[in-house]
Design a protein around this ligand. Sequence first.
Ligand code: ZN
Length: 84
Amino acid sequence: MKPAGVVRKVDQLGRIVLPKSLRKRYQMNEGDPVEILVQGDHIILERYRPKCVFCGSMDGVTEYKDRYICASCLSEMTQLPRHA
Ligand SMILES: [Zn+2]
């Protein structure tokens, strides 16, 4: 991890403005979900990428009924035997 060369103050509501240059560089647009991660004394921001509810994969994930499932798990599910 290296400093981005930016110091910002937290406002009354706990908000911090991310500099436009960083938003552009990391392709963060208005309304994009951002995940907050913590590691020791560090707070890390990451563009949110949905994970499969079954295996945790982030590849080929699609949304179904407010949950996310990857193509691999979806394929496995469609091959499950059906019970009457
Ligand atoms: Zn999966």
